[in-house]
Design a protein around this ligand. Structure first.
Ligand SMILES: [Zn+2]
Length: 191
């Protein structure tokens, strides 16, 4: 497991140093810096563990779709992890996405493309009882020139990454995530 991270990064076109963010229990302060793009995954039980497999689509001969396994929506995008101020890829599920959408449409916190403020994703519970609460920062904070530069260097369209994940899943079984705890929100797992 995880024995070829460098190659995986290269295959996904992810720059050296860029990483997946893993949501931890409690507070996870982030700044959203890209669009979040939806894609489907199947939760597959393997040797007593759940893992998430990218759905390549029924029309492309997805094995799991053919077996009637439900597809779950996830969203992939880029954030600045305020814990270390690095730009990272983040997977989120429906719970978090819908809360961000509500903020976007709200009077107080509404925004056009990307929120001009940080958000705190608060994780509680575990396993099937995992819950997420998105709390927006009260203040807008402009990105610094350094952050803008980091974003320009690292962030690429999540669609490209998702396409590569699907290509990879087509040619082999991509064990994108290997999890024994996250059933509801597989977003919290590292690649
Ligand atoms: Zn499928």
């Amino acid at each position: 497991m995880f024995n070829n991270l460098d190659e995986i990064k290269k295959n996904y076109g992810i720059k050296e140093g860029s990483d997946w963010m893993k949501l931890k229990d409690g507070s996870n302060k982030v700044r959203i810096v890209s669009d979040f793009v939806d894609y489907g995954v199947h939760s597959v039980r393997n040797k007593g563990k759940y893992k998430s497999v990218v759905c390549i689509g029924k029309e492309n001969g997805c094995y799991y779709c053919a077996n009637g396994q439900p597809v779950k929506v996830q969203f992939l995008g880029w954030v600045i992890d305020r814990a270390d101020n690095q730009v990272k890829l983040l997977r989120i599920g429906w719970t978090i996405a819908s809360q961000i959408k509500k903020l976007q449409e709200s009077e107080e916190y509404g925004f056009q493309d990307l929120p001009p403020y940080d958000i705190d994703i608060v994780k509680s519970g575990e396993g099937l009882d995992t819950d997420y609460n998105v709390i927006p920062s009260r203040k807008d904070t402009p990105l610094t020139p350094e952050e803008e530069e980091m974003i320009a260097e690292t962030v690429k369209d999540p669609r490209e990454i998702i396409e590569k994940m699907k290509e990879k899943a087509k040619s082999s079984v991509l064990e994108e995530i290997d999890s024994d705890e996250e059933l509801e929100e597989l977003s919290a797992d590292e690649i």
